[in-house]
Design a protein around this ligand. Sequence first.
Ligand code: NDP
Length: 336
Amino acid sequence: NQQILLVSRPQGEATLDNFRLVETETPPLRDGQVLVRHHYLSLDPYMRGRMNEGKSYAAPQPLNEVMIGGTVGQVEASRHPRYAPGDWVVGMGGWQLYSVVDAHQPGALRKVDVTRIPPSHYLGAVGMPGVTAWYGLVKILEPKAGQTITVSAAAGAVGSAVGVLAKQRGCRVVGIAGGPEKCAYVRDELGFDDCVDYRQHPDLRSLAAALKAACPDGIDGHFENVGGAVLDAVMLRAHAFARVALCGMIAGYDGQPLPMLNPSLILINRMRIEGFIVSEHMEVWPQALAELGELVASGRFRPRETVAQGLAAAPQAFLGLLKGRNFGKQLVKLVD
Ligand code: NDP
């Protein structure tokens, strides 16, 4: 087996030195265990938070252990009656080629059908990021047909799903993304009504003006993935009683200071801003995955992916994700 361990904690920005690739032996299976060969590893922004010591909603990743991460792969060997070699499964296998899983533990493995949906999408649109989009949109923004919904990091794994789900509900959907290529994808392939390229609008006034042009009727609900100036600009365009689903603040994960949100706008607009963590809402996963799976299987949602090749490429690809270099869901392919 090959594994990538976290060997030190970042001082400021994460670096390649924080990770180490090691070769290990896979232990023999005990009763109830399954050996999974990972085909894809998911790279996600939350991993940066786990690299830090200190208080958060989840415990830090221990040093000198395999980096945490979602995986999709095939059962190679099984000593559990529900799993047979060849089965496709999603789990938290971590940054390694193989994992040994105690399959009786609730939620340890989920069997998936790869006949209609390619396996990698179970780590993105039909997996944790998709459910994140679904929860924030459906449960927090509660969109109604005709309303305007905005979403930042719109070309990303979560943002793209937010837009597609909101279009399904008859909303006007406006994305915010970095660069003309991402904006073209958001508009032309995902079917958003418009997309604002925030890189063209480095100051708040110009960004707010671009949002005004894209959202002539104001903003009813905003899904926030980035934090910082975009959120301030949205607040300037928000309707009275608008809602914000606060999903992520990736602009600050790698130690950068975030510009302060102006709280007086919350009062003036009588807004409701609500943060959430998708893993605390397991009750919505089946419903959300059913809707997302149907959208992807029917071709109405074509999620984009950025795929790094081979386990050794994972740290570099992860650092790229933290810099916004990914386009769509960031994955690592582990099997040729
Ligand atoms: P994405 O695929 O959206 O990738 C991150 C994107 O963020 C980049 O591609 C980049 O797109 C954008 N971005 C904007 N500003 C920055 C910046 N300063 N640094 C880096 N990236 C930036 O990732 P995900 O879809 O996986 O996650 C999106 C957000 O959702 C994250 O904040 C994540 O933490 C959060 N999340 C929260 C969950 C929860 O339970 N609350 C669960 C899952 C994800 P662009 O070029 O367009 O700027």
